[in-house]
Write a protein that binds this ligand. Structure first.
Ligand code: MN
Length: 237
């Protein structure tokens, strides 16, 4: 393990935040590209996110082989992470989750689209990957690099892809930005569904999405949100 204490702390707190905000439950994970070796990534051993400590973080090769795992068990879906890092040199953080509020948009033909300014960073172009197209009827877990690469193909140059009947992936350059997108994807799903129950949503336009995203991802918003999420997650311990 060559990761700095700061990187380890980032990945541990990000896991706790995603658990506290209920983006992940016992399942779901977040990885960081290894700052010391871009062809490796750091990810916890298979453990519920809210329980993860620095000692649980393991280094993986991009193709999914654990480098320093000892007798611990890896997540079966770690290939999601390696395949996205392989395809996307601009991505340093990958989150995979099963947010149950997002699932309705991953099983119907209703696209998810920002309904409010804080949710703008999720963007308006969110594809849905259907594992069934190439791999038939499976248990829906992404357990091979071939499956991971197919998901990465659907993600393309975007930051979010939904996974039909399963969940989603969120990719980004920094931990803070990627966690923000994962949290607000779930918030938007809730608000969009509520809006559709009482009428027809009047979504943000593409120009508004760009303007609001710039604001939400600037330090004045992102640092403030990150500090609050850290505090909420710490208090819950
Ligand atoms: Mn999964």
């Amino acid at each position: 393990m060559t990761a700095s204490p700061e990187t380890l702390s980032d990945i541990v707190i990000a896991n706790r935040i995603l658990a506290y905000e209920e983006v992940v439950d016992a399942f779901g994970h977040i990885s960081i590209r290894d700052p010391a070796n871009p062809e490796q990534y750091l990810l916890s051993r298979a453990r519920a996110p809210e329980l993860i400590e620095a000692d649980d973080i393991v280094t993986f090769a991009q193709t999914g082989e654990a480098i320093d795992i000892g007798d611990k068990r890896p997540y079966s879906e770690r290939m999601i992470h390696g395949a996205i890092y392989e395809a996307r040199p601009d991505v340093n953080v990958v989150i995979h989750n099963h947010s149950y509020e997002v699932i309705p948009f991953a099983v119907t033909d209703v696209p998810i689209r920002p309904v409010t300014h804080t949710c703008a960073p999720i963007g308006a172009d969110i594809p849905v990957w259907d594992m069934r197209d190439k791999f038939g009827e499976t248990n829906h877990l992404v357990v091979t690099m071939e499956q991971g690469r197919d998901l990465a193909d659907t993600l393309g140059d975007r930051s979010i892809a939904l996974m039909k009947r399963h969940g989603c992936v969120v990719a980004g350059a920094t931990v803070q930005e990627t966690v923000m997108k994962a949290i607000y994807l779930q918030v938007n799903a809730r608000l969009q569904l509520q809006s559709m129950q009482i009428g027809t949503p009047d979504y943000l336009t593409d120009v508004e999405i760009a303007a609001c995203t710039e604001m939400q991802q600037s330090p004045i918003s992102l640092d403030r949100a990150w500090e609050a999420w850290c505090r909420r997650a710490e208090k819950a311990r």
